[in-house]
Write a protein that binds this ligand. Structure first.
Ligand code: PXL
Length: 281
């Protein structure tokens, strides 16, 4: 049997603890081969840094996908994240056509905003374009901000009641026929977590852990990377959701306890041994 393999389509932010610098180590720790398809090269992520160097890598996207195809590589998942432009969303749709086999899971993390705001690099039309890619996905992992942007709804700050989260999940299930995983589905002041809607039986699950105050960049990428890893390992949606919430919380807790001065990401590296333990459960 060949090793499991994921095509990870994200930017590479040299400094920032997000996108590929998170996906590569987490997917690797899960024992899965992570094939990187970088969409852009940035000196840092765009959340709070100034004078960022950005090199667009749009030109390479299709040639890389076509080369992988011609070499006969098969993927257990295609996992997309931060995409730099509307054009790139169209290209990723084409990439999916080239790379997706019958058993390939398409996981789309529609990275474009947080805390009620669209990231500075995106135009207001971008969320509607991202909906098109979400429509093709087997799993989507938006946060509440991204869900509201795609649904063209006003953002509400947490905490939320269950009915509100269930409503968002059901509306998202009209956009994407697959599994919907909503992060930041915080039900009270003391907890943080995620909720999921299963396309198979319509069941909604909530998983939470104690809330740690503060804003932590890159946690969506940590969450989605763990989630996609467990899905590819065949553990099922419920276990993937639980492990992704637990590991993300461990990374936040480790940051707050041991390096509270770290403002641009979380110290997930320090808790990677705990991910190995979670994978054994
Ligand atoms: O963590 C999401 C993300 C990914 N990539 C880039 C970003 C961000 C969030 O700000 O700026 C370049």
């Amino acid at each position: 049997m060949r090793q499991k393999r994921i095509a990870a389509i994200h930017d590479i932010s040299g400094v920032g603890k997000c996108s590929l610098t998170v996906a590569l180590p987490i997917i690797s720790v899960a024992g899965i081969e992570c094939c990187a398809l970088p969409t852009a090269l940035l000196s840092t992520h765009t959340g709070g840094f100034k004078n960022i160097y950005i090199e667009d890598l749009t030109k390479g996207i299709m040639p890389i996908a076509k080369h992988w195809k011609s070499e006969g590589f098969e993927f257990d998942a295609i996992y997309s994240g931060y995409l730099g432009s509307m054009e790139q969303v169209d290209l990723i749709k084409q990439c999916v056509n080239v790379l997706k086999g019958d058993n390939t899971l398409l996981v789309v993390d529609p990275v474009m905003g947080d805390n009620g705001k669209l990231y500075q690099t995106f135009s207001p039309e971008f969320p509607f374009k991202m909906r098109e890619l979400c429509a093709l996905a087997d799993v989507i992992t938006p946060n509440v901000t991204e869900a509201c942007l795609m649904l063209n709804e006003e953002y509400k700050a947490p905490p939320y009641n269950k009915a509100y989260i269930e409503g968002l999940l059901k509306k998202l299930s009209k956009i994407c026929k697959g599994t919907i995983v909503l992060t930041g589905a915080c039900l009270n002041e003391k907890e943080q977590g995620a909720a999921a809607y299963s396309s198979e039986d319509g069941k909604i699950s909530f998983v939470s852990c104690p809330k740690i105050s503060g804003i932590y960049h890159g946690t969506g990428d940590v969450f989605a990377s763990v989630f996609v890893s467990l899905m590819v390992l065949g553990r099922g949606m419920e276990k993937a959701l639980k492990a992704a919430v637990e590991f993300t919380c461990l990374a936040i807790e480790n940051t707050q306890k041991n390096m509270p001065e770290l403002w641009y990401g979380v110290n997930f590296e320090g808790v990677l041994p705990k991910l190995i333990k979670l994978l054994e459960e």
